[in-house]
Design a protein around this ligand. Structure first.
Ligand code: FAD
Length: 443
């Protein structure tokens, strides 16, 4: 939707197709099952949404989203130690995914020329017979009994169909190569529930509780969200650490990752929704930027382009950064748009992708560079629990505000050396990742 917002600046008509039908405000959609789990919008992403939809953040806050300053009011643990609560001036948006979507959709629909078509399955691309090198639209089937295939013509088709997007297959059908893929085994399971804390519980939890448990690949991310509620998400990597979804199992798991007072606060809370589960096996980066031949009139963005490890909470911000890249490409004209866009989008994606690789601790045969990177990150994380400057720099990198090379500044490295005695082998978040394609260059 943020991409659609950008497109309205350059195209007369923008049509958003989705197989889901509109749900009641706040309802979860079948097409976005991850929406039941904690979804924070990082400050950089929030700032970009505001640029596309001026006034959006104030509207979200007025409707109950929590605008929390990073680190302030955060209880974020690394290997059992909490990061210092220092002012950063960076405010995220804490709300559920349906809330984010609803507000974007509303703002988008206010624009001239925007049309939403829900209940539509996109089933293929339409080749442009005139140019023989382009895409001229999509093939669709309405999700209604007796529907037959139709086409929708478009000057530009944007695949934002999430990680299940079928563009690689459709390209192959049209005689193009599939994009090469980089994959990173993350193997993380999520379990979440929404609760309403007592006033004392809310005081203890503050805005956010996060981080990993000591010595085990388990984590917690607990957010204050709209409606005075909190989303309690627990995560675990590997088969031994899958969080159960039954009451007793979930509670037992929570007790291993939550600080004791937070655990008590959740126990005393009212449960608003049942426990739900999600499994994320592999991060995937489809390298459209590496293809020699690509049709005109088509681009791919969001999770369909790069599905990042969800543990870093960067997906929505990455999608917003890609939308900003698209805007800058379109400002320069439509000539050679896919190639120019994919090159810019690859720059956007490279940093969070490499962070995911840097979090890798259980690769069977890690490259030396990967091992060194993980060791250095371990020391930086440890130093961050003891040094406010390092904590702030680390957060700025994790939220995609600064490049990973900012962690190579002498001030950070000195602190890593002198204060970074290892508290944990993993970085936060702690996925048991495996690199299966290209390796990292920097942290
Ligand atoms: C467990 C989990 C937790 C996450 N936590 C965070 C977080 O805290 N912060 C953050 O920034 N990001 C987070 N993310 C990532 C975030 O959810 C996504 O990056 C974000 O939703 C943007 O995704 P998208 O729009 O590209 O794809 P999606 O959200 O997957 O949307 C794809 C859409 O395409 C539609 N669709 C698919 N195929 C078709 C078809 N053939 N025809 C018609 N429609 C189709 C679907 O219905 C869906 O609406 C998390 C992800 C997961 C899995």
């Amino acid at each position: 939707m943020v991409t659609a917002g950008v497109l309205t600046e350059f195209y007369e008509w923008v049509t958003v197709l989705d197989r889901d039908s509109p749900s009641a405000p706040g309802d979860y959609r079948r097409g976005a099952p991850q929406g039941r789990h904690a979804h924070g919008l990082m400050p950089r992403g929030a700032q970009l949404l505001e640029e596309v939809f001026p006034g959006l953040l104030a509207e979200m806050a007025a409707d109950g989203a929590v605008r929390a300053e990073m680190l302030v009011g955060h209880r974020f643990r690394v290997g059992g130690d909490e990061l210092p609560q220092v002012a950063t001036g960076l405010r995220s948006v804490q709300a559920t995914l349906p809330f984010h979507e609803e507000h974007l959709r509303r703002r988008l629909l206010e624009r001239d020329g925007v049309q939403f078509m829900p209940g539509v399955d996109v089933v293929g691309l339409v080749a442009d017979d005139a140019s023989a090198t382009g895409i001229a639209g999509v093939r669709i089937i309405l999700r209604e009994p007796g529907s037959t295939e139709e086409t929708i013509a478009a000057d530009l088709v944007v695949d934002a169909m999430g990680r299940s997007g079928r563009t690689p297959y459709w390209l192959e059908q049209l005689g193009y190569d599939r994009p090469p893929e980089e994959r990173l085994t993350v193997d993380v399971a999520y379990a979440s529930r929404v609760v309403r804390l007592t006033p004392e519980g809310a005081e203890c939890v503050r805005h956010l509780v996060g981080g990993d448990a000591k010595g085990v690949s388990r984590g917690i991310l607990m957010h204050a969200v709209e409606g005075g509620r909190h989303v309690v998400t627990v995560t675990g990597s590997g088969s031994d650490n899958s969080p159960p979804v039954d009451e007793t199992g979930f509670t037992d798991f929570l007790s291993t990752v939550a600080p004791p007072d937070v655990f008590q606060a959740v126990m005393a809370a009212e449960s608003v929704e049942p426990i739900s589960a999600y499994r994320f096996p592999t991060a995937i980066w489809r390298r459209y930027d590496k293809l020699d031949r690509f049709p005109t009139g088509l681009i791919v963005t969001g999770e369909a382009l790069c599905s990042l490890s969800p543990l870093f909470a960067q997906g929505m911000t990455a999608a917003a950064l890609e939308a900003a890249a698209l805007r800058s490409c379109l400002t320069g004209g439509r000539h050679d748009l896919p190639r120019r866009f994919f090159r810019e989008a690859a720059r956007v994606v490279a940093a969070p992708w490499r962070m995911g690789i840097g979090a890798n601790t259980s690769e069977r045969h890690p490259r030396t560079a990967t091992r060194l990177q993980a060791a250095l990150m371990g020391r930086i994380m440890a130093a961050a629990t003891r040094d406010a400057v390092v904590a702030t720099q680390l957060v700025r990198v994790l939220i995609l505000l600064d490049p990973p090379t900012a962690l190579m500044r002498p001030r950070v490295l000195w602190s890593a050396l002198t204060k970074g005695a290892r508290v944990t082998d993993s970085v936060v978040p702690p996925p048991s990742s495996q690199v299966t394609a290209a390796g990292p260059d920097v942290v």
